[in-house]
Design a protein around this ligand. Sequence first.
Ligand SMILES: Nc1ncnc2c1ncn2[C@@H]1O[C@H](COP(=O)(O)OP(=O)(O)O)[C@@H](O)[C@H]1O
Ligand SMILES: [Mg+2]
Length: 499
Amino acid sequence: MAGTPDPAGVRTKEVPPHASMLIESMRDIGYSLETALADIIDNSITAKARSIRLLADTTSAQPSLAIVDDGEGMSEDELLAAMRPGSRNPLDTRDKEDLGRFGLGLKTASFSQCRKLTVASRKDGVTSCARWDLDKVAQTNQWLVELLDEPSSIPWIDELGISGTLVVWEKLDRLVEGEASDARSAFVSRIDDASEHLELVFHRFLAGERGIKKIALELNGRALEPFDPFHSTHPATQAGPVEKIKSGGQEVEVQAFTLPHHKKDPEGWERYAGKAGYLKNQGFYVYRGKRLIIHGTWFGLARQKELTKLARVRIDMPNGMDAEWKIDVKKASAQPPYHVRERLRRIIETIGATSRRVYTARGRRLASDRRLPVWQRRQHGNEISYCLNPDHPAFVEFKNQLPDDLKAGFERVLEIAASSMPVDALFADISASPSHVSGAQLAEDTLKHLVETTFSALISSGVNSDDALEMMRVTDPFRENWETASVWLQKKVDDYGDE
Ligand SMILES: Nc1ncnc2c1ncn2[C@@H]1O[C@H](COP(=O)(O)OP(=O)(O)O)[C@@H](O)[C@H]1O
Ligand SMILES: [Mg+2]
């Protein structure tokens, strides 16, 4: 084809992309199974579906995966438009509830996982079916979508209801590598992992939060349950105020949560840690149109520190801010615009202070009588140290029984023990599995002795017996062994009352 000369001596020539090559590169923009499924589900939610079902055939010779919804469906023209790569202009304004972005998701998400994408859609009683088969595109090097007039051969076609859309992925070359049975079981476990991720990504839709329509999501008949990463209904979760940040004429809402310390919620501890654990899952959780797009990052504004590992900050943004936030095609990465970053930085600082309180709260309460804790926490500037409390009644009582020349030696023993506390090892163990770390077991008669000496010391310093009991109840090691300790203590209280 000859070029067309123009007046300024510039010629134009059409250079369309090679279908066979471009369509192959569209496969590799970095989707995972999770992000691909989420992108398909976004389309169903945008089409006002109430029920979205994932159907996986993991056993047949040709494994396949489908997503079927009961949304508005598409006419044949709409379906053809949907199959076109780049079906919508990313610069157009979209409906508030529209989770789409580039007009690419259906195609890129599907091709990232399979070589054969079939979409069947029913609207106003008419069923339309279209298919991209990458092997055919490769052969013909043409953008020829197939229209199927006889849909009965499409897997799961009977699952379509009065209206809705069925997306079928076949030739799952990337999900099931080979015929071997371990490839099949890997496929099953990847789908399971992905469904867990979807419970997080769509948790607000699954829970039917106020202001959005509830959806039901199923995997092979099993209902997915919402997973709220903020554990927001637990009484020990601390929720900060909702802050509003204006940005480009729109508003972003930010709310910080500090999850319960494991002592406050031993049952939920593992579950809310998530697969990656608390340390990696701390950070911002960005929602676009109530759908989680990115989580577990401080956007380079802070490091993921042990201290702030219980902090998760919800950011809610509308879909009109995509360009400002640099939302990518996969809707899996984003960057806050400059002035939002500055506000977020301040929010992180406040969180640091709150987290510090969560960890030291128990320590502070113990300090109600400075003699009571066996261990003391000392802070000098940034330096924090722990030492054994020489004023503890049990230590004082023992020291008083020692001849004078051994008293100094005893104090030295306490000092050596505390100064050689294996801080690094403790830190590592606690980070890995806090529920499995505890102090050494106290022998019963030691505990009994400690109950008696502590109680006597408190009474003789003028504390009344009710207060003494309450002070000891909240202090370790009594608190941790309260069932046993309380029996002896009650006996001491009774004896004391009789005197
Ligand atoms: N499940 C569905 N139900 C109804 N329409 C759909 C569905 N999936 C896709 N579409 C239509 O196809 C279009 C293209 O989808 P997609 O490639 O994901 O791009 P985007 O979501 O960014 O618009 C959508 O805008 C929508 O009109
Ligand atoms: Mg989409």
